[in-house]
Design a protein around this ligand. Sequence first.
Ligand code: GL2
Length: 830
Amino acid sequence: SGKEKWPRGDESVWKEGLRSVNTDVPSITKSIVNHVQTSLARQAYNLDDLGAYQAAALSVRDDLILNWNDTQIHYTQKTPKRAYYLSLEFLMGRTFDNALLNLGLKDQYREGITKLGFNMEDLLEQERDAALGNGGLGRLAACYLDSSASQELPVWGYGLRYQYGIFQQLISPEGQQLEQPDPWLAGGENPWELPRLDVTYEVRFYGTADRLPGGRALWQGGQEVLAVAYDVMVPGCYTKNTNNLRLWESKPKRGFDLNSFNAGDYEHAVESSNSAAAITSVLYPNDHTTFGKELRLKQQYFWTAASLADIVRRFKNIAKPFSEFPDYVAIQLNDTHPTLAIPELMRILVDEEEIPWGKAWDIVTNTVFYTNHTVLPEALEKWPVPLMEHLLPRHMQIIYDIVTVEKKFPGDRDRLARMSLIEEGFPKQVRMAHLACIGNRKVNGVAELHSELVRTTILKDFVEFEGLSKFSNVTNGITPRRWLDQCNPELSALITKTLKVDKSVWLKDLERLKELLPYAEDAAFRKEWAAIKQRNKERLAHHVETTLGLTVNTNAMFDVQIKRLHEYKRQTLNILGVIHRYLKLKQMSAAERKKVNPRVVFFAGKAAPGYYIAKLTIRLIVNAARIINADPDTRDLLTVYFLPDYSVSLAEVLIPSSDISQHISTAGTEASGTSNMKFCLNGGLLVGTVDGANIEIAEAVGENNVFFFGHLTPAVEDLRYQHMYRPVPVEEKCPALANVLDKISGGMFGDREVYEPLLNTIRQGDFYLLTDDFDSYIGALDMVDKAYLDKEEWIKKSIRTTANMGKFSSDRAILEYAESFWSIEPIKVP
Ligand code: GL2
């Protein structure tokens, strides 16, 4: 504040020693050279691209630390209400480029790096992705961190520092997905984090919980492990505010057991230390599934317990009574994974702070918020009661003690059974979604349709119980910093030039894109727009050429589907559609083929390692691509690529190049989708079902600018019923599809019998309604072809799409959370 006395030494000496962010080229190059010399202990003549990247990254890191430190001090002094985003996944991708752009230092660094004899683009390629997430849910968390910092909101993320992120995907010569570990930290120090070896908490597992008078209990014994903090700096865009993502690593509490070691039992000596370290060793590569793995439950508790201990300690530092906890703290649960935060906070308040049960429950339910991210039944977490009792005996007692529903509906036994936190069966199971839903202040879904489905299906009883006002919607968003400015710099520059404002303005107020609308009528602008798309196609083609050695036809329409492999996302529908197109091309005369619009189809995405059908889909794509791409009759008109090892940085190359992208889930299954937003922001048009955020995108950009197809959500249940009880053979229902299936079964793509299990999911049961939607899907793709013939009109659609995407900025979404849920306010760091 300036009023305090200088704490130690000679003030002027201190002040002289302080440095600020390096903004001019000479001090940037000086700082890089310093890091080469000291941190890396190298010199100009033995420095490769990796070393140069490391030195430049360390230089940027120094700047981030300054801003981060000032931000944390400012928050500590001002004691604003803070929000904490608890997510088991943060799919951050690369940091270097993003940090430079947010700091506004990219040009200066480029110049400095060039002067030092290196190439900026080559250095950017040296960084490994931080891939601590599976898909959309984890990437959403990363976008929300960027928006929180950019909007100057006091928000911290809490997650786990996995030693291994999502596996690396290889494709075998047969087209089989192979998984390899992703030791993303193996390259040495990670410049983007600060190890905080002084910030540690003890976390207990197992043991016994003995009830004491007054509702408290004593939990003791069992295993104790240490949680050690690693802080990841999250810079805001054109602001000093730099927020924190705190990731926990597990460590043994006591190194190893010296007695066993001295007795010659080496194995036993290291056993407990291994089991403690194992907790944060690996990100579970599953998406939309639950499985009663003890280690996964241990991860969840370890992370929520450490995070809550940290949050409570910070709260206690401001010396306020616990009744004011909800005035200073909001905790957002990203899906049910952190639901144990509810009983854990109860345990802290009741057992440790000696707060009466009812008051504690009030505090918890005014502090916690829960976002649901899926209505797929297989993704709703349940934990076996015996496992919970064994691992977390005190929490199980607390869960049993949470009885709220019975009071309101006495005697309504069906309802009570439906709503119970415990599901009957062998074994009994704890329903985490019910616990999350009861122990919080607000529940939300992630797109209008999804939130409606949450209210009317999986949590219907709870709406009747708690009232509609607790349930709401926050449509997802994406950060325009990474998903436009960073991944599509030329388009970003064109927008800045056209809007005639500094890019920091429109990047933080994305509705400004509307001002592009009149330029759709400007032929010169359209020409620039199209040229950028073309160069982005060439950039992708170059990437494919250098990584896979394949040549891509950049004069074709680029058609992209990139996301986790899942039956509900229907990559199978896409590849069957591609084969249908191929068969049609084969039947055409040379003259007819001349009229066809060439198309290149890209797929990328990982399948969960145990997901057999999803892996078969990859295999079919790879082998169909092999045959189709080799056919001289058609290869100028249709080629297909499966790009291995999908990642955030691969998405950054793919998305700006697309003419169309596919978001074709069975209606009612994709909660939101967020890549749909990324494509449209970059002027790619959307082919999709009436599902998730597709609906709101169409509302925003105009239905004439999207290609919708397929049955609507209310029809899905009936159609499934028909498939079950009155099945009609595919040959009758959809001859075009039957023909495609026959060709595959007949061995057109090799592996004659291999695909039968995949094809049978369509022939029998067809849970994801491919036979119902195939004809209208093909119809939509035909519409795409027709529309693409009028190039000028197509570019207009592309411009209008981008111009109308303002709503989908994650800034809008995070401000909705901040205002309507958390009641937190921006706090600018001076
Ligand atoms: C998901 C949804 O499937 C996806 O539609 C949504 O966009 C994201 C973010 O809200 O959440 N739910 C989920 O479990 N995963 C998702 O990607 N993994």
